[in-house]
Design a protein around this ligand. Structure first.
Ligand code: PLP
Length: 420
């Protein structure tokens, strides 16, 4: 099936007399006739559900859908994108080990790696992933993965996935890539050598600003029996001596994430949130096309305005990321634009003058929304600290929605005139 068809049908094929739409199985536990059946489920001899922390028929639908869309062997839904990033790393690393991550990643992920995982003994070395030598040199014998984003939030840098995957594999470690901004509609990172994909489904996959969620997707391609990952080749005593590489085949990574980490740490999605996420995913292809068309129109308009000091959008001609966006994003730039006005004060006036465009700490909603980091998410930082963090005090991040592009442009045009 092609991706448009997968979005609608993958993961749920109702049988005779069953509901056309995915049912919401709002149940914690599942009933069985015999202890033997329950035992077989625990031993992974039989497929079935016993407790929603480890699996649920409603959650299984978007899991199967994202796995198919990305071309992976399996996926696990989590309560948030943050939980997906955390579990994706903890599935490979123990205290005393490390990952190498791009400096251009989502702020929440940066904090998770720089503060919270360090407190647990898992270190992160941050480097600029455009500098391939620096990435290569940052890897040591305790490094267990590389981590970056397909299209970085908010820097809008496109990763050269083929080159980064080659570096990872030359050191015998997998590449984890956060593909939230690209979605499988723009890019399928496994085709370029990535091994594990994480998503914040809170963004385009849901798309309607209703539910926080995340996914981890396993390509099934990485060989964890190369000596660097004993947790995959030695018996897991906490799971009746299961040996993930021997017993789970290509699904070793995602099975371990579920039966070991999700079992112990929780952070599963609610069936209702999974249902809403699945509903959003049904229209993902059509929405992404329109998000990209609208964003390009808005970006071209902004570029033509003299009040706009600089602008980043991957599919604008002349943008530093243009060639990589053509190669990796299929010539679609996603829905997010960042631009600078002349000063912090002008930004605040601009933001306060928007009527249709809403002020939100969010991106990828079907409603156009704008954020001025210096007065909101990063307001604790001085102008000097902002600049050293790579965020200009006069930067605005605009997430272009699905309204008519002319209406979006008219609202921005009005706010630009008022803030002059
Ligand atoms: C929002 C976001 C996250 C975190 O996801 P939540 O669902 O908010 O926990 C991770 N990565 C990227 C790129 C994001 O935009």
């Amino acid at each position: 099936m092609k991706k448009e068809t997968q979005c609608i049908h993958e993961g749920y094929y109702p049988q005779n007399g069953q509901s056309r739409v995915v049912p919401i199985t709002m149940s914690t536990a599942f009933r069985y006739d015999t202890t033997e059946q329950v035992g077989d489920l625990f031993d992974l001899k039989d497929n079935g559900y016993f407790y929603t922390r480890l699996g649920n028929p409603t959650i299984a639908v978007p899991e199967a859908k994202i796995a198919a869309l990305e071309g992976g062997v399996g996926a696990m839904m989590t309560s948030s994108g943050q939980a997906a990033s955390m579990l994706s790393v903890l599935n490979l690393c123990s205290a005393g080990e490390n990952i190498v991550a791009s400096t251009a990643i989502y702020g929440g992920t940066y904090n998770l790696f720089d503060v919270t995982l360090r407190r647990l003994g898992v270190d992160t070395t941050f480097v600029d992933f455009r500098d391939f030598d620096a990435v290569d040199k940052a890897i040591d014998d305790k490094t267990k993965a590389l981590f970056c984003e397909t299209l970085a939030n908010p820097a809008l840098i496109v990763t050269d996935i083929e080159k980064i995957a080659k570096i990872a594999h030359s050191h015998g470690i997998p590449l984890i890539i956060d593909s939230t901004f690209a979605t499988p509609v723009l890019c399928r990172p496994f085709e370029y050598g990535a091994d594990i994909i994480v998503h914040s489904s809170t963004k385009y996959l849901d798309g309607h600003d209703t539910s926080v969620g995340g996914f981890i997707v396993d390509s099934g391609n990485f060989d964890y029996s190369n000596g660097k990952f004993p947790a995959f080749t030695k018996p897991d005593e906490s799971y009746h001596g299961l040996v993930y590489m021997r017993d789970c085949g290509k699904a070793a990574y995602i099975t371990k994430a579920r039966v070991q980490l999700m079992r112990d740490m929780g952070s599963q999605a609610s069936p209702f949130n999974a249902w809403l996420t699945n509903l959003g995913m049904e229209t993902l292809c059509v929405r992404m096309e329109r998000h990209c068309q609208n964003a390009l129109k808005v970006a071209q308009y902004l570029k033509s305005r003299k009040e706009v000091k600089s602008i980043s959008y991957p599919m604008l001609e002349g943008d530093a990321e243009y060639d990589k966006a053509v190669k990796y994003l299929g010539g679609m730039g996603s829905g997010v634009i960042s631009f600078e006005l002349a000063s912090r004060e002008k930004c605040i006036k601009f933001m306060d003058s928007l009527k249709l465009v809403s002020l939100l700490v969010h991106v990828a909603d079907l409603r156009t929304c704008a954020l001025h980091p210096a007065s909101s998410t990063h307001r604790q930082l001085s102008d000097a600290a902002l600049i050293s963090a790579g965020i200009s005090p006069s930067l605005i991040r605009l997430s272009v929605g699905l309204e008519n592009a002319d209406d979006i442009i008219e609202d921005i045009d009005n706010a630009l005139r008022v803030s002059k």
